[in-house]
Write a protein that binds this ligand. Structure first.
Ligand code: DC
Length: 236
């Protein structure tokens, strides 16, 4: 069983993919974290994110692991816990050129396919349904308005999480800066030559702007009898 969830930043796909994996006893594969880990190691080693060959070398050498934790998942790059370090604004800037690098994508896609070989995966990213797992059992393209996405990210940065109903106050300037960054990244991700962000022809589109987290999760579970059955069996 492979579930592919693609979409732009802040569409809610990480929280949704994690919850589907939890409820259906599947493994959650956060492919964005893999590109972020490569970007972080480049920054740590003083490698210019625009230096295609040097960045590709980092990607070929990096060891990325995911370790289960009580409330989620740890990301390890070369044995070091980078779960928080890959979410900084510096990494967010560097990850665009890193993920647009075809040699980096080649290495990451191979690692992602290896992770999916035994099946039982919910993978989220930008090219899961189009490139990584074109034969996925369920394909979803999750989107939301830029404003809705910026608000979710802003709340997240302040320690809240709209997916779980934990709303916190955010200042308008922060939200606006996040919106500008999201729009910049959307443009970059959609217009790059290597695997631009686009829905697979057979993906089901879900716009989460006006939906609650639970509604999105339920809509995805309803797409496949096997997924619904797994969620039912797991008793969630
Ligand atoms: O989903 P995210 O924000 O953690 O992704 C980080 C960056 O990696 C983002 O700029 C898009 C890119 N990415 C990608 O190109 N392909 C993927 N499968 C996942 C993420």
């Amino acid at each position: 069983m492979i579930v592919a969830i693609d979409g732009p930043s802040g569409s809610g796909k990480s929280s949704v993919a994690r919850e589907i994996a939890r409820r259906c006893c599947l493994t959650y594969l956060d492919t964005g974290a893999m590109y972020r880990s490569v970007a972080l190691v480049c920054l740590e080693r003083g490698v210019d994110p625009e230096d295609a060959e040097a960045v590709a070398q980092v990607a070929r050498e990096i060891a990325i692991e995911f370790a289960a934790e009580k409330d989620g998942q740890l990301v390890l790059a070369n044995g070091k816990d980078v779960t928080s370090a890959i979410r900084t604004p510096e990494v967010e800037l560097a990850v665009s050129p890193v993920s647009a690098n075809p040699a980096v994508r080649e290495v990451m896609v191979a690692l992602q396919r290896a992770a999916g070989e035994r099946g039982g995966v919910v993978a989220e990213g930008r090219d899961i349904g189009t490139v990584v797992f074109p034969g996925a059992d369920v394909k979803v393209f999750l989107s939301a308005s830029p404003e809705a996405r910026a608000r979710r990210r802003a709340v997240q940065r302040q320690g809240g999480n709209l997916a779980t109903g934990k709303d916190v106050a955010v200042d308008a300037a922060t939200e606006e800066a996040i919106l500008a960054d999201l729009v910049r990244r959307d443009e970059y991700d959609s217009s790059r030559e290597a695997s631009p962000l686009r829905p697979a022809d057979d993906a089901v589109h879900i716009d989460s702007s006006e939906l609650t987290f639970e509604q999105v999760v339920d809509a995805i579970l309803a797409l496949s009898p096997e997924l619904s059955a797994r969620a039912g069996r797991a008793g969630a």
